[in-house]
Design a binder for this molecule. Structure first.
Ligand SMILES: [Fe+2]
Ligand SMILES: [Fe+2]
Length: 157
């Protein structure tokens, strides 16, 4: 059972995993429309999910969740460093979605990266939060996350 403070992040993760699967299937030719048209559709979909969900989602993690966990759960440090590198890699790749060259590989790799990233948060980071963060601190984190996600105006709840 996910801690209530993390549920809005997990909600985004749920949508992210579904998108990641569609991206990998598209790149492998298992989704219609096949070929360039379908790849372009997934590229647009990924770009929109990034703008509408992940921008605020990454901010909530980098400005609230990660610093609080670093301070209170020192063993989360290495995981968090990897997660921040993933965020940067995703941000850096967004302009490439506009192009047409190598789109199958890009769409596959982004789906793969997003899935591995989300699994790492859900399976490694969030359990550490649930084990080590006391209820008062957890509630404060939850409220700050909500403020950031709410202020984006787009993030589905
Ligand atoms: Fe993340
Ligand atoms: Fe996340």
């Amino acid at each position: 059972m996910r801690h209530p403070s993390l549920i809005s992040l997990s909600h985004d993760h749920h949508h992210g995993l579904a998108l990641a699967l569609r991206c990998r299937k598209q790149a492998l030719g298992q989704l219609k429309p096949m070929g360039a048209k379908g790849l372009k559709e997934r590229a647009v979909e990924f770009g929109e999910f990034f703008t509408n969900n992940l921008v605020a989602h990454f901010r909530a993690e980098e400005e609230v969740l990660f610093p609080r966990m670093r301070a209170l759960v020192p063993e989360s440090e290495a995981i968090i460093e990897q997660l921040i590198r993933d965020h940067q890699q995703l941000r850096d790749a967004m302009p490439q979605l506009e192009g047409e060259v190598g789109l199958a590989k890009l769409v596959f790799d982004l789906g793969d990266l997003l899935e591995r990233h989300i699994r790492k948060e859900e399976r490694e980071l969030f359990p550490l939060f649930e084990q080590h963060i006391g209820e008062t601190a957890a509630e404060a984190v939850g409220a700050e996350i909500k403020t950031i996600l709410g202020s984006s105006g787009f993030t589905a709840k």
